[in-house]
Design a protein around this ligand. Structure first.
Ligand code: HEM
Length: 344
């Protein structure tokens, strides 16, 4: 698929962001039914339809250049958004290898990788980067391997160490997250960092998900979708930046919700890494305004019903309480109450 890369997007105050009709068509709308509840919604991360966000292991889209620029800005202001405990170096190299080989195979016109033993040459034509380096030798790259590659990939990346039959969040580059903090969670176990999520512990979701992930095999990645909402097309809704975005939630009205309120969908992928036996967790964020979403009438009606029926506890955890009503009012004009077929 031919992608028209945008060069001038801004994901912070002064926002400049829109989805083309092609990007709207491939948006990973997550609701198959009129109600939503948490589940262990994991499936194999195999290639999906051509042109869809699932076509390749790592999806690159029209927002690539702006998202890489946004990551650089966040890291410049707050280097703590990239952290790695010392024992995670093998997993860092695993991550770099996984992403470079995958991007070069998926998008040969944009990314190139030549390998001669440990001597590698990487070419990123979209950002104009060429780099020769020795795989395994940190001194030959301008950043540590995980940071180097994550500055050139859309979405966040967390590395989990597998030990004592548990997963520990021991490294990551997290600059586009939905209100959680790598700095706070670093070193925690799977159930500890999921501590704040309502209902999932009683429903057994966290225990079942952990058990599944401990058996994850190299070469057989899996994925799941998660969602929330964000006011404005802001990628960095971290606790660290809360003073910059928290108050936006009180600005949404039934008149401006189409422009201000955005559905935020996370395509979460999990890869077992071959050398380190760590697990890499990708969180690829897709934003769509209610105006854009409503160009697909079924999505607008479905979104209306999901928001209306969402349990208060989940709405509260997702930070929707202050503006959920305004968005429901705005969406109501697209919902005539007739049954919608299952699926997106
Ligand atoms: C939050 C489930 C894997 C990190 C959540 C939420 C659910 C969930 C339901 C609440 C989301 C919301 O309402 O917006 C699962 C399941 C997993 C999984 C079923 C199985 C694959 C992971 C992994 C990580 C992770 C591998 C690694 C970083 C988080 C974090 C939060 C979260 C940081 C936010 C917690 C907070 O509020 O501080 N997860 N998750 N999850 N998940 Fe997971």
């Amino acid at each position: 698929m031919q992608i028209e890369y945008k060069h001038d997007e801004v994901f912070r105050d002064g926002f400049h962001y829109a989805n083309s009709p092609a990007a709207i068509r491939r948006f990973p709308f997550p609701f198959h039914e009129d109600q939503y509840m948490y589940s262990v919604n994991i499936e194999p991360h195999v290639a999906g339809p051509v042109g869809s966000v699932l076509e390749h292991p790592f999806d690159i889209d029209e927002h690539y250049i702006g998202e890489c620029r946004e990551r650089a800005l966040v890291l410049e202001a707050d280097p703590g958004r990239c952290q790695a405990l010392p024992h995670m170096m093998a997993a860092q190299w695993d991550s770099l290898e996984l992403m470079m080989t995958s991007l070069a195979a998926s998008y040969p016109a944009q990314f190139g990788l030549r390998r001669d033993g440990a001597r590698w040459h990487w070419h990123n034509r979209l950002l104009g980067i060429e780099q020769s380096f020795v795989f395994g030798d940190v001194q030959t790259l301008p950043y540590a391997p995980m940071e180097y590659i994550m500055r050139q990939v859309q979405g966040d990346w967390v590395l989990m160490d597998h030990r004592h039959d548990n997963l520990y969040m021991d490294a990551g580059v997290v600059t586009t997250q939905a209100d959680w903090s790598l700095d706070f969670d670093l070193g925690m176990t799977f159930s500890e960092w999921h501590g704040p999520v309502p209902r999932v512990h009683e429903m057994g979701i966290i225990d079942r998900a952990l058990k599944f992930l401990l058996n994850l095999q190299a070469g057989a990645p899996v994925r799941r979708l998660n969602w929330t909402m964000t006011v404005n097309p802001r990628l960095d809704t971290s606790p660290e930046q809360y003073p910059h975005w928290g108050a936006d939630r009180s600005k949404v009205t039934a008149d401006n919700a189409g422009e201000l309120a955005h559905l935020r969908v996370e395509l979460q992928t999990l890869f077992r890494l071959p050398r380190s036996h760590a697990i890499g967790f990708g969180v690829r964020c897709y934003l769509i305004s209610m105006n854009e979403l409503a160009t697909v009438p079924k999505w607008a009606a479905r979104m209306h019903r999901v928001l209306r029926s969402l349990p208060d506890e989940l709405a509260d955890y997702k930070g929707l309480t202050r503006y959920r009503g305004a968005v429901i009012d705005w969406l109501s004009r697209f919902d005539d109450g007739r049954p919608l077929s299952n699926g997106t």
